[in-house]
Design a protein around this ligand. Structure first.
Ligand code: PLP
Ligand code: COI
Length: 358
């Protein structure tokens, strides 16, 4: 792919590695540039890297009215050799196309996506934040740009990639276990719907639930299936729990659960972790009873942004609280976090091909 570079002038760009004075948080900052490519007349065209800045978009653009928009979230890490490596980016490229297909967006060649992201990181590599648990968070997205108010798939799209120098998603980091609200009022997805895609609308639909969670002192909602019987996932991560023999259980992927690349990675790392990791349908009643009987000793979430987030307790809408184990980060969760982040940071070698040099 021939990328056209229209970069900020040398004097406007970073000239030194970014060494933030304070924790940069998650998703707050941007780098100097973004990648753009358009879909018109039935093909993706005009790949370019340009200064980060506002788009021109028609007020009648389909994405703005009908939410035809999908995104991805991936991370790049700096290793001791001072080089930047992406984590399983090919899986994100694959999933962007799966998400796109679910809402009728045309596919974008996966090797083209990878090339685009690598080129952008290369241009903005000095933005990698030198702080603890840092990454460059990679946000590719596609949105419908055709200016038309009838409801059918757009004929025109933009693919964009932006980068965010980031730290942990939850401000308290890994060491403080979070609380989740178990709600029967809010549902993220229904069978036959868009739950398995990273469609923008799924996240709009989670905002009110997120607000309700905050009112209960919870970080997010743990979503149940539409019949309020099974545990599905959390708004920005999959859910897991650990049995007292160390077995890790992740709810089986369905069309109402996003197939998390972090969960898939933990499933593949079972041997390295020294425990069984498997998927099954998780019934809410049994889950709660097993926590109360001590059969379940730890729980948490898996996600790119969230990494491994320990859950210390659940709260129901009647204010009943169920504490997992002693409510603190357990040793299995800690080990999973350590193994995954050691691979990502290049401290230990992970499975072939997981980390790719930019
Ligand atoms: N589930 C939802 C709804 C998400 O938004 C995310 C984040 O991407 C995940 C799960 C975790 O997926 P991954 O590990 O691929 O980031
Ligand atoms: C990610 O983990 O990359 C996500 O996309 C979650 C996001 C909603 C913050």
């Amino acid at each position: 792919m021939q990328i056209n570079y229209n970069l900020k002038t040398a004097s406007e760009r970073r000239t030194e590695q970014f060494e933030p004075k304070e924790n940069v948080g998650f998703g707050n900052l941007r780098t100097d540039h973004m990648f753009l490519m358009d879909y018109r007349d039935g093909e993706w065209r005009d790949p370019r890297i340009v200064p980060y800045g506002p788009f021109e978009i028609a007020p009648g653009a389909i994405a703005l009215h009908y939410g035809q928009s999908v995104f991805e979230g991936a991370k790049a890490f700096k290793h001791d050799d001072d080089e930047i490596y992406t984590f399983r980016l090919n899986k994100n490229a694959e999933r962007l196309n799966r998400s796109a297909d679910i809402i009728c967006i045309p596919a974008l060649d996966e090797s083209m996506q990878l090339e685009a992201i690598n080129a952008l990181i290369d241009v903005d590599r000095l933005w990698f934040p030198m702080q603890e648990d840092a990454c460059l968070y990679i946000r590719p997205f596609i949105f419908a740009t055709e200016d038309r108010l009838s409801v059918s798939p757009s004929e025109e799209y933009t693919f964009c990639v932006i980068l965010s120098p980031s730290g942990p998603y939850y401000s308290d980091g890994f060491d403080k276990a979070i609380r989740l609200l178990i709600s029967e009022r809010f549902h993220r997805a229904v069978p036959g719907g868009t739950g398995a895609s990273k469609a923008a609308g799924n996240y709009a639909a989670s905002l009110k639930a997120g607000r309700a969670a905050a009112e209960y002192g919870a970080a997010q909602v743990l979503y149940l299936d539409a019949n309020n019987k099974q545990i599905e996932e959390v708004g920005a991560m999959n859910h897991f729990h650990v049995l007292k023999d160390g077995t890790v259980i992740i709810p089986t992927f369905t069309d109402t659960i996003l197939k998390s690349i972090t969960s898939e990675s933990i499933l593949e790392l079972g041997d390295v972790l020294g425990c069984v990791v498997r998927q099954e349908t998780v019934m809410l009643d049994k889950f709660i009873a097993d926590i109360e009987s001590g059969e379940i000793i730890e729980a948490g979430g898996f996600g790119t942004a969230a990494v491994v987030s320990p859950v210390g307790s659940y709260i129901f809408e009647d204010n009943r609280i169920v504490t997992v184990g002693d409510g603190h980060v357990g040793k299995h969760t800690r080990r999973i976090y350590q193994v995954l982040t050691d691979i990502q940071k290049g401290k230990v070698e992970g499975p072939q091909g997981w980390m790719q040099l930019v």
